[in-house]
Design a protein. Structure first.
Length: 71
């Protein structure tokens, strides 16, 4: 499944820092832009996995669960 998000990247001394406006709390950092965006992507992935886990708690066992793809 592929998702695309916005990365806002800024220079901070020797580091690049990034955040994603669509995913509050998702931040990344690195010595290069590539390292920074990889770090941000990992943070986004962890946050989305956590949200999925939290969202499924308490779902009745007989509820229908299907996957929806957004492109």
């Amino acid at each position: 499944m592929r998702h695309e998000f916005t990365a806002v990247i800024e220079r901070d001394g020797d580091w690049y820092i990034a955040y994603c406006p669509e995913i509050p709390g998702a931040n990344g950092q690195g010595c290069t832009i590539e390292e920074c965006t990889v770090s941000l992507a990992e943070a986004i992935s962890l946050i989305l996995a956590d949200h999925r886990e939290d969202g499924l708690r308490g779902v009745p066992p007989d509820a229908i669960r299907e996957t929806v793809t957004v492109e």
